[in-house]
Design a protein around this ligand. Structure first.
Ligand code: SF4
Ligand code: SF4
Ligand code: SF4
Length: 300
């Protein structure tokens, strides 16, 4: 992720200072949340997905993660165990028993949903997460202090922590292939999908496509576009022929999750929960010192 300006740094410094001194300015700061009419998204049609896991392989390759041979992804034994995205795989595919009017298993690709009102953005006390105009939710590795509030706040349990790295562990998650899409390329997973189970486009258009598919094929789909309204809407949306709860999608309602995470932070700062605050304080001081040194060197 790209670095931030000196002004951003100073803003973050002020936020940490406010949190440390017991003021709840950090918790009350609005998330950087851009909801452009033209924001992009992906429609995942799980009735089309064949569970080939090419998307997993392409995603790793696009993010300098150990990917191995594509042929090794043909072994379907791994689909017998349910997995979550982690720091070694920003997207994973899980398999479920057939839904209505089908005898084929259902394969579901899982990654960050790129929420319209992202709880991770709201929860991050140093502003390391950002919602972009194109719909992506990204994070800045240099700003992250490893507090893991984002992990606690995310309603989809997506951000993963590099627990195996003793030095400078990072938060990892799908970044919607931000570097590729800003150059006009498709996200790597969308680009490789051999059966077009993933459709990349404007979110508004994707909702229309999804509604049209359901209307024209009522026997093929349940009448629900997951992500159209959940937690205030998400950039990634899903179609399926089975109740989403049976596919391990959380039942979240329509209200954005940031209110929840902001409440958590308000509680933390209002009552000054000692271990968490101390951790944030120490992390903040270390991060400020590191950035001051870097900026001083840049100025010289
Ligand atoms: S799914 Fe989680 S990590 Fe992704 S944007 Fe939403 S809150 Fe953030
Ligand atoms: S959009 Fe990019 S980062 Fe996200 S799952 Fe697809 S390939 Fe991975
Ligand atoms: S590449 Fe496409 S068909 Fe294959 S698992 Fe991923 S989404 Fe499904």
């Amino acid at each position: 992720m790209s670095g931030k300006s000196r002004r951003d740094f100073l803003k973050s410094t002020a936020l940490i200072g406010a949190g440390v001194t017991g003021l709840s300015a950090t918790a009350k700061a609005s998330p950087k949340n851009i909801l452009s009419e033209d924001r992009m998204g992906v429609l995942v049609d799980t009735t089309v997905c064949v569970g080939c896991r090419n998307c997993e392989w392409a995603c790793k390759g696009a993010h300098d993660l150990l990917a191995g041979n594509l042929e090794s992804y043909e072994d379907r034994k791994i689909l017998e165990t349910k997995r979550r995205p982690d720091h070694t795989a920003l997207t994973v595919v899980n398999e479920y028993s057939p839904g209505k009017n089908s005898n084929l298993p259902i394969d579901v690709k899982v990654q960050c949903m790129h929420c319209d009102n992202p709880a991770c953005v709201s929860a991050c006390i140093v502003g390391a997460f950002s919602k972009h105009e194109n719909g992506s939710v990204t994070w800045d590795t240099d700003m992250c202090i490893g507090c893991r509030y984002c992990m606690a706040a995310c309603p989809f349990q997506v951000p993963a922590f590099e627990y195996d790295k003793a030095l400078n562990p990072k938060i990892m998650k799908c970044d919607f292939c931000f570097d590729r899409t800003k150059e006009g390329k498709l996200p790597a997973c969308v680009s490789i999908c051999p059966v077009e189970a993933l459709t990349y486009g404007s979110r508004t258009e994707l909702v229309k496509i999804a509604r049209d598919r359901i209307k024209k094929n009522p026997d093929r789909y349940v009448d629900h576009i997951f992500g159209e309204y959940e937690v205030g809407g998400t950039s990634w949306m899903y179609l399926a022929n089975k109740d989403f709860a049976e596919l391990d999608f959380p039942n979240l309602g329509k209200n954005p999750a940031p209110g929840v995470s902001e409440s958590i932070q308000h509680g933390i700062f209002a009552y000054f929960v000692p271990p968490v605050s101390l951790y944030a304080l120490l992390g903040g001081i270390m991060w400020i010192s590191k950035r001051r040194k870097e900026l001083d060197e840049e100025v010289k």
